[in-house]
Design a protein around this ligand. Structure first.
Ligand SMILES: N[C@@H](CCC[C@H](N)C(=O)O)C(=O)O
Length: 274
């Protein structure tokens, strides 16, 4: 067993264990092995996922981010996790503007004076209308897989039903592999949406999901047939508010230059054996 120092962080209530692996040099198999234990809310620290700061594996980045869901499964990206890791890196010798990679994608990020963090996504998203289990949905993969269902405002409080629907879609054969996160969205007036996300790898609703916020704002723009070429949505989640902005190309129905902005805070730190 090795004793490690960890930090617990949260971004709008999406919570993470953060580990600086420059000190420990754990390999990916070891990280996958201890992630479920650390993320367990009864027997561990408790978190929606783990963030690992790694030495840069590409020349053009400051560091590499590894993200694993609470159950140890891989995710293409974690938007709130990335914002938390940027804040962690900022407090550990990196500047207010940073570049990092997750898998092959290279992300740029800024820590703002108000302590919010923005992450720029180098991806293009083309939302697609799909029907699964007789539900009309939008599929919008914002660096990781997302389905979006538009619902009435009151439905966002029916959490047992959201979990049930989320599970039935998350494991549906039409999205396997790799499965999908599932977002329930109510379009408010103006540039504001409310969101609940069923997260793959947590297998439950979480208080916020950053890539889900981006995917849902894009899906809302698409669903409402809005034509603005640059848009910014406030995304209200159970744990606070996130901001999702993007460019829209009406000729290709593609969204790009995605930016996710929101809070990223330290909760506590400690040591644990892994
Ligand atoms: N909470 C995250 C999304 C985490 C990844 C997701 N569970 C997956 O498997 O894709 C976020 O803030 O984006």
């Amino acid at each position: 067993m090795t004793d490690i120092v960890f930090h617990k962080m949260e971004g709008a209530g999406n919570d993470f264990v953060v580990l600086d692996n420059r000190t420990y040099g754990f390999d990916l198999d070891e990280i996958i092995r201890f992630t479920p234990k650390l993320c367990d809310r009864k027997f561990g620290i408790g978190a929606d996922g783990i963030l690992v700061l790694q030495p840069a594996e590409k020349e053009e980045v400051d560091y590499t981010m590894i993200y694993r869901n609470a159950d140890g499964s891989d995710a293409g990206m974690c938007g709130n996790g990335a914002r938390c890791l940027v804040m962690f890196a900022f407090h550990n010798g990196f500047g207010a503007t940073q570049t990092f990679n997750v898998h092959k994608n290279v992300y740029e990020a800024e820590v703002h004076d108000d302590e919010s963090v923005s992450v720029h996504f180098p991806v293009h998203v083309t939302p697609e209308d799909v029907q699964i289990n007789e539900l009309d949905l939008v599929k919008a993969d914002a660096a990781t897989e997302h389905l979006i269902q538009f619902v009435e405002k009151a439905d966002l409080d029916k959490e047992d039903e959201l979990v049930q629907t989320g599970r039935s879609l998350r494991y549906h054969k039409d999205v396997e592999p790799p499965g999908s996160n599932v977002n329930f969205v109510h379009c408010e007036h103006g540039d504001s949406i409310s969101l609940q996300t069923y997260e793959r790898g947590v297998e439950d609703l979480t208080l916020a999901c950053g890539t889900g916020a981006l995917a849902s704002a894009i899906a809302a723009h698409h669903h409402m047939n809005r034509m603005e070429k640059r848009a910014k949505y406030q995304v209200k989640v159970k744990g606070g508010s996130l901001f999702a902005s993007f460019n829209f190309d009406p000729n290709t129905s593609t969204y790009h230059q995605l930016i996710l902005t929101g809070p990223a805070r330290f909760v506590f730190e400690g040591t644990i054996s892994v």
